[in-house]
Design a binder for this molecule. Structure first.
Ligand code: ME8
Length: 506
């Protein structure tokens, strides 16, 4: 069974922002962690390039939609690289491979009897690219989400998807798969939408040309969500030349997304798949919103955290660490520059950076750079018992923040161990017993550092690799405390998380 993790595909009409970076980092932590466990992993991200909002943005900018999405895809690819993501493929919905497969699916859904033609009249929000029910339109016919935007009255002859036919199937699916949608409160929200009754949805647009043509009615293009959601499935068919990955990875997907697109993923997507005769996704995790302090509203503009400036100054690891330490994954949470700096200094530089530099320096000073071949003290070994499986259990539940918290308890425990065992006093002593104890202490510290660094690798890919290289740990697989014998040489490294002077600050 493979492990297939995805981010939403981001709209190619805006600039990449913190929210996009956040979902990408989360998916990356899971992908890297599962690779460490020897799982067969595929990590997908990309851009959503069709639909009215994109056509409108291109018109405004005086360029063609294709030019707009080509530029935007470059920026999103850069964002993905900047946050250190290890994605296996970057899908663009303008890819030919995607288009032909979407056309196949929609044809299959029609053959299965779930698509029909009908007239429609109602409210439409250009920014949502969605129809708004009569009762959902805000006062003065504005969008309930884009409250400033007037809705458009539209009348069209369109193709419709029989979403209403899936109420019972969806209800049954949710009962059979209690953890398909996580966290639980989001699952309940989705169930509420299903139980509230589902309306059929229009899946084509007649006045738009920027999209995938409806195969049997080329004057219309497919509704952008009908096209976009299928990316999770189509990519597997053409991401690797000459190899179809579908059997290996579908339905073992784990979709990462935020609450804004819950309805599309938790209600429509499983229904689309069932209608095409395909397995619904294995899992999806709906995370919260990062609240970043609006430029206009924020009293001190100076405290707004720009993720890309932070990466330039402090590196991607620092940003990844901060996000998953600061905000409980699944909940909304505030992020700001001051909070970032505090965690950088107190946790990354002091807790972890110092633990690493102290440990390596003591092995150098007291044992000429060779970790003693000794047994660890039982108490320290005891504190590491079950640590790897605890981390695995959290990440199996996609609890990225709690996973990091478990690791951090060990980092703190190791620092406390340095204080308690006082290696510098043992080193001054002339007795054989203290010499042996120093061997055990140094072995335990080096071994603890190795184990936590491996566990931290998905969160801090760059700095962990530097440190693992310094201790000659080549394998990235998670490893139990006590499993690497001493007798190996370590090298010092430059500080992993250097002090950033005011002038260098983001
Ligand atoms: O909705 N905090 O694209 P999009 C955390 N193309 N995450 C955030 C966020 C925030 N403040 N703001 C955005 C689309 N996100 C569609 C998706 S999928 C088949 C099609 C993240 O560019 C979060 O993952 O508007 C959210 O779901 C996504 O960006 C929306 O990205």
């Amino acid at each position: 069974m493979g492990f297939y993790v995805t981010t939403p595909i981001f709209y190619a009409n805006g600039r990449p922002h913190f929210g996009h970076a956040y979902s990408t980092m989360a998916a990356d932590v899971l992908a890297r962690h599962m690779r460490q466990r020897g799982e067969d992993v595929f990590f997908l991200t990309g851009t959503d390039e069709h639909g009215e909002p994109i056509a409108l943005a291109a018109e405004k900018a005086g360029i063609t939609p294709q030019e707009l999405v080509d530029r935007s895809a470059v920026e999103f690819r850069q964002m993905v690289a900047d946050v250190g993501a290890s994605n296996d493929f970057f899908i663009r919905t303008t890819d030919e491979g995607h288009r032909v497969r979407v056309q196949e699916f929609v044809t299959r859904v029609k053959e299965n009897g779930f698509i029909y033609e009908d007239d429609w009249e109602g409210w439409y929000c250009d920014s949502c690219a969605d129809y708004i029910g009569e009762s959902d339109a805000g006062p003065g016919e504005t969008c309930p989400i884009h409250v400033e935007e007037p809705l458009r009255r539209v009348a069209e002859r369109n193709w419709f998807f029989r979403l209403s036919a899936f109420e019972d199937d969806l209800e049954r699916l949710y009962a059979e798969r209690p953890d398909m949608v996580l966290p639980e409160f989001r699952r309940n929200e989705a169930l509420g939408l299903i139980r509230g009754g589902l309306r059929d949805i229009s899946i084509s647009r007649s006045k738009l040309t920027w999209g995938i043509p409806v195969p049997w009615d080329p004057d219309q293009v497919l509704y952008v969500w009908f096209d976009a959601l299928f990316n999770y499935y189509t990519a597997l068919g053409y991401a690797r030349d000459g190899e179809d990955l579908t059997e290996r990875f579908w339905p073992f997907s784990c979709h990462i997304l935020a609450k804004d697109i819950l309805k599309f993923h938790a209600v429509m997507w499983p229904a689309f798949l069932m209608a095409a005769g395909l397995e619904p996704p294995h899992r999806m995790f709906i995370h919260g919103y990062l609240l970043m302090g609006d430029e206009k509203m924020s009293k001190s503009r100076g405290n707004v955290l720009d993720p890309f400036e932070v990466i330039d100054t402090y590196g991607a690891d620092a940003l990844r660490f901060y996000c998953f330490r600061e905000v409980s994954f699944g909940r909304d949470g505030n992020v700001d520059l001051e909070g970032f700096r505090v965690r950088y200094e107190t946790e990354l530089a002091n807790d972890f950076g110092n633990l690493a530099s102290r440990t390596l320096a003591m092995v150098e000073r007291y044992r000429d750079g060779v970790v003693p071949d000794a047994d660890p003290e039982p108490e320290l070994a005891g504190d590491f018992e079950g640590a790897v499986s605890a981390l695995e259990a959290f990440l199996d539940e996609l609890e990225i923040g709690r996973g990091l918290e478990t690791i951090w308890e060990l980092v703190r425990r190791l620092n406390q161990y340095v204080e308690e065992s006082k290696p510098w006093e043992l080193a001054r002593s002339e007795t054989e017993e203290d010499g042996r104890r120093l061997d055990s202490v140094l072995y335990g510290l080096a071994e603890g550092l190795r184990v936590v660094t491996l566990m931290l690798h998905p969160y801090l890919p760059d700095s962990s690799e530097k440190l693992l290289a310094a201790i000659g740990q080549e394998e990235l697989a998670l490893s139990e405390f006590g499993s690497r014998p001493g007798g190996y040489r370590v090298e010092k490294t430059d500080p992993l998380f250097p002090k950033i002077e005011a002038g260098d600050r983001a």
